[in-house]
Design a protein around this ligand. Structure first.
Ligand SMILES: [Ca+2]
Ligand SMILES: [Ca+2]
Ligand SMILES: [Ca+2]
Length: 266
């Protein structure tokens, strides 16, 4: 048995296909991903949609598999490379540049009327190529990750990307936000979702039928995150806008695989 938590867009696709008979899902062992350890009792595929970013850093978002509870923050290149060698960090989305424009209007984000979206912030969009998925390394698919769709025709003209990640049963996970340093040419995985002041969440994974749209996970990248010559991140006081990387996880729990939508461009 495998659980499928699809994006809210799945509902529109399913109705268009008149395929709604199987929407009687079982209970989830975890209703929210949240900011503490994630643990499902069944293999569970969750779709993640990124809309845009509003942080000055060039960032990377992903999953930590079997996180070491003794490591609460990775801010130096040496430790990062040791962890990378263990293969526990799986990026899902990456920014190809820090941002592509300065926000000129109050944006409606994952959850409307969120006051954290603001004019003058560093906006990264899908349509401008700042945000992309990490579902392949060259021609090889990344295990447990699947590209779902890119939608360049999103209502705000900025586009979205959705990928699916399969959480394996009875395996602990966290999320991380990485910051790129050109000095080392790597993303330092600076923040884990259980770090105080790094991430927040709102909503529920399977809440779409109640009118919401899944669970938003939003990040604070602690200012500019400048790297000093020794390779350590120099954190500046946080502006606490928690909009530097925002994703929406899930939307609706179903007993059948999520369907790709007609506007899938790959
Ligand atoms: Ca920001
Ligand atoms: Ca950014
Ligand atoms: Ca910030």
């Amino acid at each position: 048995m495998k659980q499928h938590i699809c994006s809210k867009q799945w509902i529109a696709g399913a109705i268009a296909l008149t395929w709604i008979g199987a929407m009687t899902p079982p209970a989830l062992s975890q209703e929210r991903l949240g900011t503490s350890t994630i643990l499902f009792d069944e293999d569970t595929i969750v779709e993640f949609e990124v809309q845009f970013t509003q942080g000055a850093n060039r960032s990377e978002f992903g999953v930590i598999v079997n996180p070491d509870p003794s490591i609460t923050s990775v801010t130096d290149a040496t430790t990062f490379n040791q962890l990378k060698d263990r293969g526990r960090y799986v990026p899902l989305f990456v920014e190809t540049q820090p941002f592509d424009q300065i926000a000129t209007r109050e944006d409606a984000g994952a959850f409307r009327n969120d006051p954290n979206f603001r004019v003058g912030d560093f906006l990264g969009t899908v349509n401008a190529g700042t945000i992309t998925d990490v579902t392949r390394q060259g021609s090889v698919r990344v295990p447990n990750v699947e590209f779902v769709q890119a939608n360049p025709r999103a209502a705000d003209g900025r586009g979205t990307i959705t990928v699916a990640y399969e959480f394996e049963a009875n395996t602990p996970y966290l999320f991380y936000l990485g910051t790129y340093t050109s000095a080392n040419d790597v993303f330092i995985r600076s923040f884990a979702s259980n770090n105080i002041g790094a991430a927040g969440s709102q909503g529920d994974l399977a809440s779409a039928r109640g009118g919401d749209r899944g669970e938003a996970i939003f990040w604070e990248d602690q200012g500019e995150g400048i790297f000093n010559p020794a390779g350590f991140v120099e954190l500046v006081p946080s502006d606490d806008d928690f909009n530097d990387f925002v994703l929406v996880a899930g939307g609706v729990l179903v007993e059948v695989p999520c369907v790709k939508l007609p506007n899938n461009i790959r």
